[in-house]
Design a protein around this ligand. Sequence first.
Ligand SMILES: [Fe+2]
Length: 108
Amino acid sequence: MLDILTVLKTLSDKVLEALNTQLNNELYSAYLYLSMATFFDHKGLKGFAHSMKIQAKEELSHAMKIYEYINDRGGRVELKDVKTPPQHWNTVTTESLAIYGGDGKVYK
Ligand SMILES: [Fe+2]
C-alpha cells in the first residue's frame, strides 16, 4: 500500500514528459549561449564570451535541477537530441539574446 506522500511525489506520465521536454529546452538554451560565446571568442571579445559561458552554465544548472527533480520522484530522465544552434552570428545584440537565448524562448 502506498502512503499519501509517495502518491503525491509520483509524476504522472504527462508531467514526466513535460519535464523531460523542458530539460531538453534547457540544454538547447545552453547550446545557444555557447554558440554565442564562440562568436565573441572568435572576435576577441573575451568578456562577452565569458558572460555567455556563464549563461550557458546557468542553463545547464536548470537542466540538472529538472534531472534531479525527476529522479527524486522515481521518474526516468529521457535525454533527447539537442538541436544544433545557429552557428553563424553576424551580430549578437540584446534583441537577439532575448529572442534566441533568453528564457522567453525556452518557456514558449
Ligand atoms: Fe533556463
